[in-house]
Design a protein around this ligand. Structure first.
Ligand SMILES: Cc1ncc(C[n+]2csc(CCOP(=O)(O)OP(=O)(O)O)c2C)c(N)n1
Length: 386
């Protein structure tokens, strides 16, 4: 008999339920309540908080408008190209144009941008050419060359994995006593990842100059926010980590600029990280490999179509006489021509080189792979592919 089983009577006896003397009602609970969503424009584009209006001149307002339209039209073109077999899988940003442009607008080129994979519009704003992004998403090696015009980091498909990297860059900036900040964005699903919590904590402890932007767009593929967050007010997470936070209407580009300017100024002045929760909606597909009709209701999408960030901003600009229907049509035509030109340049640059799948794994290809490569190329030749 082992010593453990000798004591078996004692270990299996029911535990006595001792009376508790604490009045549990007197223990205060932190109220996780709802945090107000700030916005400058309402859903009809009317100013509801003039104090937050960034006071931008007309040409800057038009630059913002063009940035959002470019994001949308590029997205639409990519989708058409994907459906025609010219483009790889990608994640459309339809409906999130204000979130995207509003977060990069207050940045300096010397700041570091560490985006999620759903940030194509913001990347174009930061200086990525459209043809390069087409090459990237179509899987061409050249697409991964980071542009030199701004400090860009590559996005990652492993969700949330770029967030601790961004914190690391911000910690490095602090050590070097540089005045740049890092802006990184990720989805509500990514905010459930352990590495994102670690990134928050390191940033808070080291007072790293970083702005975390959680794009709360309702769904992580088919998982609704309510099924993955106990408190769906993601800005509230800042409190627990000691990070100031704001919740903003992510479909209001002026609201985004107000929130992100505040957040970036805070980080740049040495006061540490800031968290911006942008409440928005992923109107289109999760990726081109997804069919949202399987898991979400059309009415939900319709409600959000009524909150379209571009139409809202258009109404605002019209009310200020900065834009009219003719100008809207002209800008759309100009941007469509830009997008088509980018597509054409992409077509010239996208020369298929199937042998590349062998070329970047080893510095010196082992004999067996050399044979496989030769056999593979021979087979492609026979089939007339090369
Ligand atoms: C670590 C990891 N787990 C799972 C996946 C598969 N995956 C790709 S995107 C995604 C949902 C992400 O949703 P969210 O972070 O809300 O961003 P959104 O795509 O909505 O912008 C998942 C689970 C992944 N890419 N990486």
């Amino acid at each position: 008999m082992s010593p453990r089983s000798a004591n078996s009577t004692a270990s299996t006896a029911p535990v006595e339920n001792r009376p508790v003397r604490v009045d549990s009602n007197s223990v205060e609970t932190i109220d996780l309540g709802r945090v107000e969503v700030i916005r400058v424009l309402d859903e009809k584009g009317r100013v509801v908080d003039a104090a937050l209006e960034p006071g931008l001149p007309d040409d800057e307002l038009l630059r913002l408008y063009r940035g959002m339209v470019r994001s949308r039209r590029f997205d639409q073109r990519m989708l058409a190209m994907q459906r025609q077999g010219e483009m790889g899988t990608f994640a459309p940003g339809l409906g999130q144009e204000a979130t995207q442009i509003g977060q990069v607008y207050p940045m300096r080129p010397t700041d570091w941008y560490s985006p999620s994979y759903r940030s194509i519009g913001a990347q174009v704003w930061r200086g990525w050419t459209m043809e390069q992004l087409l090459l990237l998403w179509a899987g061409y090696f050249e697409g991964f060359a980071i542009p030199e015009v701004a400090n860009e980091l590559p996005f990652s498909i492993v969700i949330g994995s770029h967030v601790p990297v961004a914190t690391g860059v911000a910690m490095g900036i602090k050590v070097r006593k540089d005045d740049a900040v890092v802006v990184t964005n990720f989805g509500d699903g990514a905010s459930s990842q352990g590495v994102v919590a670690e990134a928050f904590n390191f940033a808070a402890v080291y007072k790293a100059p970083i702005v975390f932007i959680v794009e709360s767009n309702g769904w992580a593929i088919s998982t609704p926010l309510e099924k993955q967050a106990g408190n769906t007010v993601l800005a509230a997470r800042g409190v627990g980590f000691g990070i100031p936070a704001v919740r903003v209407d992510g479909n209001d580009v002026l609201g985004m600029i107000a929130a992100c300017t505040r957040a970036i100024d805070h980080a740049r002045s040495g006061r540490g990280p800031y968290l911006v929760e942008a409440v928005t909606y992923r109107m289109s597909l999760h990726t081109t490999a997804d069919d949202p009709k399987v898991y979400r209701k059309d009415e939900e999408v319709k409600t959000w179509e009524g909150k379209c960030p571009i139409l809202r901003f258009e109404s605002y600009l019209k009310s200020r006489d900065v834009l009219d229907d003719d100008a809207i049509a002209r800008i759309n035509e100009e941007i469509e021509a830009e997008v088509i030109a980018a597509r054409d340049r992409f077509r010239e640059l996208a020369v298929a080189r199937p042998e590349e799948i062998f070329d970047f794994v080893y510095e010196q290809l082992p004999a067996e792979l050399r044979e496989q490569k030769a056999e593979y190329l021979e087979r492609l030749k026979r089939k007339g592919v090369q």
